[in-house]
Design a protein around this ligand. Structure first.
Ligand code: ZN
Length: 221
């Protein structure tokens, strides 16, 4: 790791000295608002060592936030202790699907997306943040990765979390249309005719009427 250099102490045998790069230290201390002890934990040194490095670069003590900045609230939303390789469980507000929510400027943002941005950079438009650990409430940046809409769908498919009906990104039909299709099929119209009207293939109609897709819609005559 270039950001931290560990060398044997010249003065105390068996001890180590840690030298941090300024950029890395600023990133952790200023931008990510980690405390000196937390930074020390990442590296495996004491908070005092981190503090000495801060002084060396003339990085002044971070202004005390009032505890209301989104980053402070982000850290408070995670179950402690935070182990580097374990899931970081979100303990504050979650949505229906179990994703953590964090209020930023009076708007809810997804906590895992916030986490990814905090440790990386802004998420490019249209891209998704996916979980390696398949735990929606996890916000550990090392469990998150950037993906496209397709990656997201494949990921969901893989993990058996396919959204149903209209929520499906690939869904061409609306819920009302599906209800209409079922009605027409119950009136003995051919699948082929119905398919033509909705510009889908007959198999799509078959899947709908047999309940393979759109399971949540009531069937029966
Ligand atoms: Zn995780």
């Amino acid at each position: 790791m270039n950001s931290v250099r560990k060398t044997k102490s010249r003065y105390f045998s068996g001890c180590f000295e840690y030298e941090f790069s300024k950029e890395w230290l600023e990133e952790k201390y200023i931008r990510q608002e980690l405390s000196v002890n937390e930074i020390g934990e990442i590296v495996g040194c004491s908070g005092g060592t981190v503090w000495r490095n801060l002084k060396k670069y003339n990085i002044s003590r971070r202004k005390r936030t009032d505890g209301k900045s989104p980053i402070t609230r982000f850290w408070k939303g995670i179950k402690s202790p935070r182990e580097p390789h374990e899931c970081w469980e979100w303990i504050k507000t979650k949505n229906k699907r179990g994703y953590g929510l964090l209020s930023v400027n009076r708007k809810y943002v997804m906590a895992h997306r916030f986490s990814w941005e905090l440790f990386n950079h802004e998420i490019p438009e249209g891209l998704y943040i996916l979980h390696r650990c398949d735990n929606p409430s996890c916000v550990n940046p090392s469990h998150l990765f950037l993906g496209t809409k397709l990656d997201n769908s494949l990921d969901a498919l893989h993990k058996g979390r396919i959204p149903r009906g209209e929520d499906k990104w690939c869904s061409k039909l609306s819920e009302n249309e599906v209800i209409e299709i079922i009605k027409r099929h119950n009136n003995n119209e051919s699948r082929k005719d119905i398919a033509k009207d909705y510009d889908v293939c007959p198999w799509t109609i078959r899947d709908i009427v047999t309940g393979r897709t759109w399971k949540h819609i009531q069937r029966g005559k």
